[in-house]
Design a binder for this molecule. Structure first.
Ligand SMILES: [Fe+2]
Ligand SMILES: [Fe+2]
Length: 184
């Protein structure tokens, strides 16, 4: 696996750590165990900042356009499908956010709603990540030449620098802590 795809796959593994924590939180909520609201806020912060702004944005702004230039179809094709799945994940994330605010207000049903939204989000994202890892990235790696892959890696580094120094390390640490604390 070459550098830009190795990087994206590494980010997928960090995302999976946070999803295991989210799943553990959901299971606890489903059996009525109270969860400190800052744990819910942390996990949603991870999803918003790392998964969506950091990872999905790099794919949308740099990987997908690079693949479109290689001739992979966007509209009604695999790239459009991946973008559409990112959109669904954003909608599911909004549902999680609404449920957290309700939970923080003490709404009785909010814990159950959060757990349901979390399960939908996790199932969707796991299947999305598998499609990228097992299909899209493999095709992309075969299609892209050395020069194009280097340009893609440079674009990723620039996007990361724009997010701020230490963002990757910060969220990598957060995912490990969340996994350690909440995975069942
Ligand atoms: Fe993606
Ligand atoms: Fe991805």
């Amino acid at each position: 696996m070459t550098a830009p795809f190795h990087k994206l796959k590494h980010e997928h593994r960090i995302i999976e750590q946070a999803l295991r924590a989210l799943n553990g939180i959901s299971l606890r909520l489903q059996v009525g165990e109270p969860i400190p609201s800052n744990a819910l806020s942390r996990v949603v912060d991870f999803i918003k900042t790392f998964t969506d702004h950091f990872h999905h944005r790099k794919e949308e702004e740099h990987l997908f356009p690079a693949l479109e230039r290689q001739g992979i179809q966007r509209e009604d094709g695999p790239l459009g499908m991946m973008e559409h799945e990112h959109e669904i994940e954003r909608q599911l994330l909004d549902e999680l956010d609404i449920a957290i605010k309700a939970y923080q207000r003490g709404d009785d049903e909010a814990g159950r709603r959060f757990a349901e939204a979390a399960t939908r989000y996790t199932d969707h994202l796991i299947s999305h990540v598998q499609k990228e890892d097992n299909v899209l990235f493999k095709i992309a790696e075969e299609m892209m030449g050395e020069e194009e892959q280097k340009d893609l890696m440079d674009a990723f580094k620039k996007a990361e620098a724009e997010m701020g120094e230490g963002v990757l390390e910060h969220y990598e640490r957060m995912a490990a802590e969340l996994e350690e604390e909440w995975t069942v």
